[in-house]
Design a protein around this ligand. Structure first.
Ligand code: FAD
Length: 567
């Protein structure tokens, strides 16, 4: 894989002096000196940027500004934007040396802001400069760095081949780092499973600064980072993925219907069909209410990708879902990459280059989301209840993504993401608002929680499951640094079901100081599955770490050579 020249942009969040305490200034100076003293050969100091506005501009592309309102969280001591693995290692080791926690940010889309918020002193490792993508069409694989976006990945695949794609999320600005490590699904989920199901190798830097790949990290850790939340285990630098085959021509449609009794029946019927039809067909339903001047009613959108041609889609729909009344004129044939743009909401004819770069993302807004999995069709009257509830809001969405197909074939324990056979679809509830402020947040979140309570009887139970990438801190957080496994289970089993236990074991092995050794999994302390380096090892010394760093540097060089050779 091509690596950019050695250079680091290390942006210190030197906040306006009046708002930062002396301690924090001291710590960031020490952290900076550590980076400077110990890693001078690896960083170009002229590229250090000191600017009070740096933090604001770096996080301005975060996708849920609600999270910045958090009064509990601190601002970071520094933001490191590494351009190579040595710099990541430097940031990890220097943060340990100075008792700082680390947050890792790739695309910044975390629903609860976990990639850039922390209650105690911390640094952010921002992966924005590590976004190279190397496609190997002969072997149908690619290496992609975590800082790349899904849009960039799709673009580069399509640039090399019209018959390859990758089954990941729909929004092009989502970062590969968070998305892959939390599962990741999109319009090809029924045919090919999750993004994480299609990962075949990865490079990760662990809490000790070691650079490891699949072979050297071992199968347990490799299992954990594919859906178990990467930041609990290290900084994932890059991923090797298996590309999938797509036909040269696919067909899409987006049928809008105003919610009425008749449409409620069709939505209800969809629940019996969408998970069962052939794997090439993905039809999701978005129920939305966008209150505007035109008195637009609550709508149901049937949004579909068919990995095939129109001539095959129409008879398939007539047979399996005639209730929708799909007509050829509702459909458009296009290439797979055009379908990516279509799903992302770009106007027809927009060039694929629109998928590059995420600086002007249209999705930035205040929002709160929750998720469920549905195992039995929801009764009709519930959809009518949802419609009525929606009318009390201004901007609300209920997104239902069908599973079945390949998702039912993959065993629950294959990777940490456990929501497989038996799930008809995933539901995401999303409320957005335009006005900043605690009052607006409280009102909207309160409304969403009441919708979530309303849905309880109709969704998965014991546990009521949720999708990690739709992170929801209402499900539980670790109350203190010494959170035990039993305490963490409260939220852990909702995201991971039976796989949570194995994740906790992996965490213990990766970060033994975070979890007391020798204890059974039931007794062991689990500081956080979300976060890395929450507890700093008191016996840590930089000198010992230097040894590690030297070793890791040699490994990194080797890895670089290997990836260059493979590309
Ligand atoms: C507009 C929008 C659309 C979305 N659409 C979809 C969709 O279609 N399908 C779907 O499945 N999900 C979707 N999501 C959810 C998305 O997959 C998650 O929010 C995902 O975690 C975002 O990854 P990120 O890198 O952008 O976020 P970040 O905020 O950067 O990271 C998310 C989490 O991953 C950790 N992390 C990030 N990078 C690394 C790394 N390199 N190493 C270790 N840990 C890391 C962070 O610390 C944080 O805990 C969407 C989200 C948004 C906001």
């Amino acid at each position: 894989m091509a690596h950019p020249p050695l250079l680091v942009t290390y942006v210190l969040w030197a906040a306006i002096a009046t708002t930062i305490c002396i301690d924090a200034i001291g710590t960031h100076n020490k952290f900076f000196s550590c980076m400077n003293d110990n890693f001078l050969p690896f960083v170009n100091t002229s590229k250090y940027v000191y600017t009070p506005s740096a933090y604001a501009s770096l996080v301005s592309t975060q996708h849920n500004p609600r999270c910045s309102n958090s009064t509990e969280s601190q601002k970071p001591i520094g933001i490191v934007t590494p351009e190579n693995t040595a710099q990541i290692r430097a940031a990890i080791l220097c943060s340990r040396e100075h008792g700082l926690q680390v947050r890792v940010r790739s695309g910044g889309h975390d629903y609860e802001g976990l990639s850039y918020l922390c209650k105690t002193s911390f640094i952010i490792i921002d992966m924005r400069n590590l976004r190279s993508i190397t496609i190997d069409i002969n072997h149908e694989t690619a290496w992609v760095q975590s800082g790349a976006t899904l849009g960039e990945l799709y673009y580069h695949i399509a640039n090399k081949s019209q018959i390859h794609g990758f089954p990941a999320g729909i929004c092009p600005s989502v970062g590969v780092g968070g998305h892959f490590s939390g599962g990741g699904f999109g319009a090809m989920v029924r045919k090919y499973g999750l993004a994480a199901d299609n990962i075949i190798d990865a490079y990760l830097i662990d809490a000790k600064g070691r650079l490891v790949n699949r072979e050297t990290m071992g199968e347990d850790l490799f299992w954990a980072i594919r859906g178990g939340g990467g930041a609990s285990f290290g900084v994932i630098v890059s991923w090797k993925i298996k590309l999938v085959r797509v036909p040269p021509k696919v067909t899409v449609f987006n049928v809008h219907k105003n919610m009425s009794q008749q449409i409620t029946k069709i939505v209800h019927r969809w629940q019996h069909v969408a998970h069962r039809v052939q794997n090439e067909l993905f039809i999701r339903v978005v129920i939305q209410y966008i209150r505007d001047d035109k008195n637009t009613p609550v709508q149901a959108l049937f949004n579909s990708l068919f990995l095939g041609e129109l001539k095959d889609l129409i008879p398939l729909m007539n047979k399996s879902f005639p209730e929708l009344g799909l007509q050829p004129e509702d459909c458009i044939e296009m290439s797979w990459i055009e379908s990516v743009l279509y799903f992302a909401g770009f106007p027809r004819g927009e060039p694929a280059e629109a998928l590059l770069g995420n600086e002007t993302d249209p999705y930035v807004s205040y929002f709160k989301a929750k998720s469920d999995f549905v195992t039995k069709p929801i009764p009709k009257h519930v959809f009518e209840g949802i419609r009525k509830k929606f009318l009390r809001q201004k901007l609300v969405f209920l997104i239902m993504d069908p599973y079945g197909g390949q998702m039912s074939e993959i065993p629950e324990s294959h990777i940490p993401f456990p929501h497989r056979d038996g799930n008809l679809y995933n539901v995401q509830y999303l409320v957005k608002w335009e006005k900043n402020g605690v009052r607006a947040s409280t009102e909207h979140i309160h409304w969403l929680r009441s919708l979530y309570r309303y849905m309880e009887p109709y969704v998965s139970k014991n546990p009521r499951s949720a999708y990690l990438n739709y992170r929801d801190l209402d499900l539980g957080t670790n109350p203190h640094a010494n959170t035990t496994y039993s305490e963490a289970r409260v939220w852990g089993e909702k995201y991971f079901k039976g796989n949570f236990k194995r994740l906790a074991h992996v965490k213990r092995n990766v970060d033994p100081k975070g979890i007391e050794k020798g204890k059974s999994v039931k007794e062991m302390k689990l500081f956080s599955i979300h976060l890395i380096l929450d507890r700093v090892d008191p016996s840590f010394s930089f000198r010992n770490a230097q040894m590690h760093a030297n070793m890791a540097r040699t490994q990194a060089e080797q890895a670089r050579k290997n990836t260059r050779t493979s590309s």
